[in-house]
Design a protein around this ligand. Structure first.
Ligand SMILES: [Zn+2]
Length: 411
């Protein structure tokens, strides 16, 4: 396969997709949240048809589906998934895509005074000689996740063209709306997809693959105080505002998001509202290990118990609710999904880096819906802002990974 030719295809697709604005909107009442995604879904459907995917459709929620029959004995059905929207955190209006060929070190001038170099973005060091794609300083790029879409479509086009020499299983293609606002699979009917296993192509630097997310719980603390005139409050008042701040400041600082990374969990209190007579605290609890998650919750409970004793005139209620769970639990039950991916990454000459996601992914929800779905790199970085960039050479590697991976599932 001619690498430069494939890179050219990847670039042209990426450019075309990024220049179509598809920002999702967390405040929208519709699904998908923005009309631009309805439009983009139709463009992608057309493109699937043009590369020879005969079985294809867009449903009423703008999920784009494509299906290709196995060209060998394999009965297995593997889905390749990417999302169509870009983050509402930054503008994607009039994205102007720039190609910086053959990165030779030093500054990459994105435009409008924005630049990246090895100091503000150390991973660039590993991309000497690569062709780097950016926007132009006033928008995000949208490689998250249009690089994923470009990789999937270029891969599918390639295997259809070369079906006499490349073996592949039943392939399923899925493009989803509204991932960035946490609703990527809200309206997804897995029966329509009809797959055994899935892979999202929505990661970052080359070689990184992800099979692990946080276990996530939410918390709510309700404080019923006792409001009396401050002039005669001695031994009479329970001030909910002060009790709330006491609870929050009693939580160990080394277990907060701003002081943790890697595998370390945290609690983030993200809202307080109320007055003397009543206050409410909300927050999120995050940890990769379910046992450690429960331990943190025990610790919070202990702190609340202490406050109940300290403020006997108040009543403090405490509630924890499940948000999502670490997809590793599901993926580990189907070890071949990761094993084959790891082999495929090695076979294209990369060192697989298995990275825990400090968040949730569509893959984690899909896994618990019954479709074990790890995540594969696209080669992009610095998402959701003007510093976003993607290496075309890394995108090419991801393309190669998909080919190797489908060959493995064809055995
Ligand atoms: Zn993404």
């Amino acid at each position: 396969m001619d690498k430069e030719e494939i890179k050219e295809k990847l670039f042209l697709r990426l450019k075309k997709y990024c220049e179509i604005e598809t920002t999702s909107d967390p405040n929208s009442k519709t699904y998908p949240s923005t009309k631009s995604q309805v439009y983009f879904a139709k463009i992608l459907l057309k493109e699937l048809r043009s590369i020879g995917v005969k079985d294809n459709f867009v449903d009423e929620y703008s999920y784009v589906f494509g299906k290709i029959k196995s060209n060998c004995k394999s009965k297995i059905k593997i889905a390749f998934i990417a999302h169509m929207d870009t983050s509402p955190a930054y503008s994607a209006k009039d994205v102007k895509v720039k190609l910086h060929k053959n990165y030779s070190g030093g500054k990459i001038d994105i435009g409008r005074g924005v630049y990246i170099d090895e100091k503000n973005c150390p991973p660039l060091k590993e991309h000497l000689g690569d062709d780097i794609v950016t926007a132009s300083g006033n928008t995000l790029l949208g490689a998250d996740d249009k690089a994923g879409i470009a990789i999937i479509i270029t891969f599918v086009e390639y295997i259809i063209k070369n079906s006499s020499s490349i073996k592949y299983p039943n392939i399923r293609i899925l493009f989803t709306p509204d991932e960035e606002i946490g609703k990527g699979v809200d309206k997804l009917d897995l029966k329509k997809l009809d797959a055994d296993f899935g892979y999202t192509i929505d990661g970052d630097l080359k070689g990184r693959i992800e099979n692990e997310t946080f276990n996530a719980d939410g918390l709510k603390i309700k404080i019923y105080g006792k409001s009396v005139h401050p002039g005669s409050a001695k031994n009479q008042m329970a001030n909910s505002v002060r009790i709330a701040s006491d609870i929050i400041s009693s939580w160990p600082e080394n277990m907060t998001p701003e002081n943790t990374d890697g595998y370390d969990g945290f609690i983030m209190f993200d809202e307080i509202k109320g007055d003397v007579s009543y206050a409410e605290i909300s927050g999120i609890i995050r940890e990769h290990d379910i046992g450690k998650l429960k331990k943190m919750e025990k610790l919070l409970e202990k702190i609340i118990e202490e406050k109940r004793e300290k403020y006997p005139l108040s009543k403090i209620e405490y509630e924890i609710f499940t948000q999502y769970r670490n997809m590793k639990i599901i993926i580990d039950k189907n070890p071949e999904v990761m094993d084959r991916l790891i082999e495929a990454v090695k076979e294209v000459g990369l060192n697989p880096i298995i990275k825990p996601v400090r968040g949730g992914t569509d893959g984690s929800r899909l896994s618990f819906m019954g479709l074990p779905t790890p995540n594969i790199f696209t080669g992009g970085y610095n998402y959701h802002g003007p510093y976003e960039w993607v290496s075309l050479d890394s995108m090419y590697k991801a393309f190669e990974v998909l080919i190797k991976l489908s060959e493995k599932w064809a055995l």
